[in-house]
Design a protein around this ligand. Structure first.
Ligand SMILES: Cc1cc2nc3c(=O)[nH]c(=O)nc-3n(C[C@H](O)[C@H](O)[C@H](O)COP(=O)(O)O)c2cc1C
Length: 246
């Protein structure tokens, strides 16, 4: 039992209010409890799993069942979203022709980014340790490409437009869950942004209300592949505990 104090002693304004509950449906929420003694171990195990994830740029051509991709999309789609609009579309392809067209267009944009200095000097300096360049062969080798499109607004069948809220934030969270789900299944991906990415709308035949957000090549890492030897910031550099007013 987690609750130590009665709800009525904690909250003057309960959620949902009786008026709200009369107007909209609500259901009980009671996730399986995790004993405090087990929580640290579970948290640490999950951290260890996620800490072992790396972005991969050399994929094997070993096939990946579509069901695994769909499973990851389902998990991504559990993300919270502004006003519960779920403003995302995960567009997947395993077509050699489509992947090839994506590679060609991505390399064209990346050639301008890397070779014609569309990325400024500071940006190129930051990328230097990763050694990325305009070659994107992995876009054809990886068995799947999934492009996450942000739904800028909802286009209803009757022609009406409805606003979406916090679209980028919502898609960012969904992307994180997608990457985590793939990693949990032993799959690898790269968070890839060959910008500008408008070509993806064209190649994948997406409507006007969707804009490409991130491209994910997905597959198994090529045997013997290597990744940059980078480290992650320690807790002290990413966490701040505020104990009083400034
Ligand atoms: C929003 C975003 C865009 C990225 N775009 C690219 C990209 O276009 N090409 C690339 O090779 N890596 C890209 N990355 C991958 C990062 O370089 C990578 O996540 C970072 O170096 C940390 O490595 P790790 O993912 O292995 O922890 C991107 C990552 C993020 C979050």
């Amino acid at each position: 039992m987690r609750s130590m104090t009665d709800a009525k002693d904690l909250y003057e304004h309960p959620y949902p209010s009786p008026e709200l509950a009369a107007e909209h449906p609500f259901v009980p929420y009671a996730p399986a409890p995790v004993a405090t003694a087990d929580a640290a171990a579970r948290g640490s195990e999950f951290h260890e799993l996620m800490d072992a994830r790396r972005s991969v740029r050399m994929f094997s051509d070993e096939p990946v069942p579509k069901a695994l991709i769909e499973q990851a999309i389902l998990t991504a789609s559990t993300a919270p979203s502004g006003a519960h609009k779920q403003p995302w579309r995960f567009v997947m392809t395993d077509s050699a022709a489509v992947k090839s067209a994506i590679r060609e267009a991505a390399e064209e944009e990346e050639r301008v980014n890397y070779l014609d200095n569309r990325m400024n000097e500071e940006w190129q300096e930051a990328l230097a340790p990763l050694g990325t360049d305009h070659h994107k062969e992995f876009l054809e080798v990886a068995p799947w490409i999934v492009v996450l499109f942000e739904e800028r607004y909802e286009q209803r069948a009757d022609g009406e437009r409805r606003k979406n809220y916090y679209v980028k934030e919502s898609c960012g969270i969904a992307a994180g869950l997608f990457i985590a789900a793939l990693h949990t299944m032993g799959l690898a991906t790269l968070t890839h942004t060959p910008s500008p990415m408008a070509f993806l709308s064209k190649v994948l035949g997406r409507p006007e209300n969707e804009r490409p957000f991130v491209l994910f090549p997905i597959g198994y890492p090529l045997a013997g592949t290597r990744v940059p030897d980078i480290s992650r910031k320690p807790l002290a550099d990413v966490a701040v505990h505020v104990t009083d007013l400034p």
